[in-house]
Design a protein around this ligand. Sequence first.
Ligand code: GDD
Length: 437
Amino acid sequence: KIVAVIMVGGPTKGTRFRPLSFKTPKPLIPLAGQPMIHHPISACKKIPNLAQIFLIGFYEEREFALYVSSISNELKIPVRYLKEDKPHGSAGALFHFRDRIMEEKPSHVFLLNCDVCCSFPLQDILDAHRRYGGIGTMLVIKVSAEAASQFGELISDPDTKELLHYTEKPETFVTLSLKFPVFFLFPSLVYMDFAKLIEVSLMMQVSDLINCGVYVFTSDIFKAIEGVYNQMRETSSNYSHFQSTTRSVPADFVRLDQDILSPLAGKKQLYTYENKDFWEQIKTPAKSLKCSDLYLSQFRETSPHLLASGDATNKKPMIVGDVYIHPSVKLHPTAKIGPNVSISANVRVGPGVRLINCIILDDVEIKENAVVINSIIGWKSSIGRWSRVQASGDDNERLGITILGEAVTVEDEVAVIGSIVLQNKTLNASVQDDIIL
Ligand code: GDD
């Protein structure tokens, strides 16, 4: 048997998703018309012998209750939400629920970050892991050398695929280490001594492989985490006065990357499987628009029935490129939609409306001749006649998309450009590059 664990984090992690995350936990915000977390869950469902899927987080249980019961019924596989009383770190959280996770004695445990967008080639990772052996195999991908330092950066043996070196977000680590030379005075307290730090930082400059946040482990991962807990306990009793300077996180907090992957690298315990398909991290709303696009194009291969079709000659709105429209949506036949548009339940779209590169959440009304481009429109919002909601330039990653929180009213003939508008606001005059609190 196999089980899958998806780390969903908690409210403190979702701040960059405000104002959308005020209403809904980030993992449940829709991408391509499905909650963010639905995409990894459907990938898990395809693994043969999958017994259960656990979501581990520190959001309130009630926030996930409805989703967990509906997805369990839909996929006919138990999906359980396990709530931590406080954040334990990505590895600490896994360890905290080890008895629940191992209750059916699975041979392997998949571990997935909830905030990555990818095709999740889980079976391929498992097959590779069975060939390599060791405690676990992680999905990695090549990115540009400049981008690599924002992630877990690594070196893998080109032949054996063994993980040889691992450094989490190396720029920050190197800067912090140089600022606090105490790290080097007490090598037993840190993960790397000076020589290793230099070696790794030099290698990191040429590495373009990063950690995708998708892993498969044997049950030995729990022993590895337990080992770190024991080591931390010893360290804190021996050097309690240094604890706060050497670790910037609480004493019972164990991170998978810094505390487990880094020290296990080069010990024939961890291996890498290179992803050749799409991969993105979903840390900002602008990224969620891009990821929505990636999932919509994936639907073309995997679930074409979810994509809208239509054209004006058939008295249906014109659809351009990949578009998801929930069956309950009321669309005027003169509207033109796409590419990369996802429209959730009970939305009403009036005559002459133009929608491009946007996510429209439940119960929104978009009145006649309004235009929405490069934006996310929150639940129950309303966009007036001849109004325009868009990013402040073509490059929505750099310039910032427009996001309307829940129940925002944009009155007729108002332009909202490159702005973030908090919930329940009414805009009766145009705004640009602003935050409306
Ligand atoms: N339940 C729970 N409890 N989840 C947590 C906790 C915790 O205490 N801390 C983090 N998570 C979840 C987050 O929600 C996310 O899904 C995942 O664990 C990893 O979060 P972080 O530890 O904050 O790391 P990151 O997202 O900045 O970077 C990680 O993922 C990148 C790929 O997206 C690292 O593993 C990087 O190396 C990697 O490149």
